[in-house]
Design a binder for this molecule. Structure first.
Ligand SMILES: NC(=O)c1ccc[n+]([C@@H]2O[C@H](COP(=O)([O-])OP(=O)(O)OC[C@H]3O[C@@H](n4cnc5c(N)ncnc54)[C@H](OP(=O)(O)O)[C@@H]3O)[C@@H](O)[C@H]2O)c1
Length: 349
């Protein structure tokens, strides 16, 4: 990375299957200067989300504008204000928001960019993209507001070792639920057990239906779905009375030409159950509540961020690919440069 230039990753071509190096174009430009009503941001962390492949495919997803070939890829980042001619942003402020895959950005602080100033909670500002960012907030609102967990509920979460999933596991545990996590491989199962899962199911080892039936003999009270497809189908067959399914994501279907085609949603009827989708930005008015609760859990040590940190701007493409080949353990982040509280080694913590 050239510190004296604005380094960027752009869409070179539409991905076919998982993203590969040829789908990305690296460019450099002069570092932009802020005009009146603008401020200049310097990027520290960028977080990776499965939706970024949709951006690259030209799909208008997650409220972002569709990308043309040659556009800078959308991505939320933690950044520092290093120059400002904007009344609401001062030099030295840290924000999280839509910066794109680049090392500097000039902004007017638009609604579309959804900037939030960072609270200083005495730890690496990477948490502003995890527990105190859209990933952690998705777990918070999806689980608490949509799933309405009660103490003693049997909660099943798929994608349990990922960014959203590791937060769902821990929040459900601290609310007194029995938590069954589903993840791919022994190492990920070990990770989610260390975060509090009562049972960890490796969906790549054996029959997922048999695993779920064995782990939930009295049925599932709440299923937090990050993957869709067969796992959702199996959970629908194992519902307890008045259970809730929260549709967060369906990553097992994102690379398919046709969606999975769920056929057994009528299983909701016999148990008076509900299935509810949610979109994180529909909860924007309530982000302060999530930030307050998550920060308190972090400070007390009841919530531990599981971060998979890729070092270096050049590793953004590989970090995005990790979400689709399953090699990320916890939330996938790229550290562009070290920030406050960030002077020690903290690989894959
Ligand atoms: N509704 C919303 O507003 C909202 C907001 C944020 C995220 N989301 C969704 O939430 C889900 C989790 O997002 P995240 O950012 O936390 O990503 P993530 O879980 O950190 O990363 C993706 C994980 O998905 C799993 N995976 C990949 N391909 C799979 C497949 N074919 N079948 C089953 N699992 C597969 C992999 O874990 P394994 O190794 O365990 O397979 C991978 O590590 C995604 O579906 C995302 O689209 C929705």
């Amino acid at each position: 990375m050239n510190e004296d230039r604005n380094c960027q990753w752009r869409v070179a071509r539409r991905p076919d299957g998982n993203v590969v190096a040829e789908d990305f174009q690296y460019t450099e430009e002069d570092i932009p200067r802020p005009g009146d009503g603008e401020f200049l941001l310097k990027t520290y962390y960028i977080n990776l989300a499965p939706v970024m492949r949709m951006y690259m495919s030209g799909i208008a997803a997650a409220g972002e504008t569709p990308l043309a070939i040659g556009d800078v890829i959308h991505g939320r980042a933690v950044a520092e204000v290093i120059a400002s001619k904007h009344p609401d942003y001062e030099v030295g402020d840290y924000v999280q928001g839509q910066c794109g895959w680049q090392t500097y950005k000039v902004s007017r602080g638009t609604k579309q960019e959804k900037f939030r100033k960072l609270p200083d909670i005495g730890c690496s500002y990477s948490v502003a993209l995890g527990s105190l960012g859209m990933t952690g907030f998705s777990a918070y609102f999806g689980l608490i507001d949509c799933g309405r967990p009660k103490k003693g509920d049997v909660v099943v979460v798929s994608g349990a070792a990922g960014g959203v999933g590791t937060h769902v596991v821990q929040i459900a545990k601290l609310l007194g639920c029995r938590v069954i996590g589903i993840a791919g491989g022994a190492a990920k199962c070990q990770l989610i057990k260390s975060l509090g899962c009562d049972v960890a199911i490796d969906y790549k080892d054996g029959d997922i239906a048999e695993h779920i039936e064995a782990a939930c003999p009295d049925g599932i009270d709440l299923y937090f779905d990050n993957v869709g497809g067969e796992t959702l189908q199996v959970c629908l067959e194992n519902l307890a009375m008045h259970s809730r399914i929260v549709l967060c994501g369906s990553i097992s279907e994102y690379l398919l030409d046709e969606p999975f085609g769920l056929t057994n949603y009528t299983r909701l009827r016999r148990t008076n159950s509900t299935m509810q989708g949610f979109f994180i930005y529909n909860h924007s008015d309530d982000f302060d509540r999530a930030e307050r609760d998550m920060a308190a859990w972090l400070k007390s040590g009841r919530l531990r961020p599981a971060e998979h940190i890729f070092d270096g701007f050049e590793n953004l493409p590989a970090a995005l690919a990790s979400l689709y080949d399953g090699s990320n353990h916890g939330i996938a982040l790229v550290r562009i440069r070290r920030g406050p509280y960030d002077n020690r080694q903290q690989e894959n913590r």
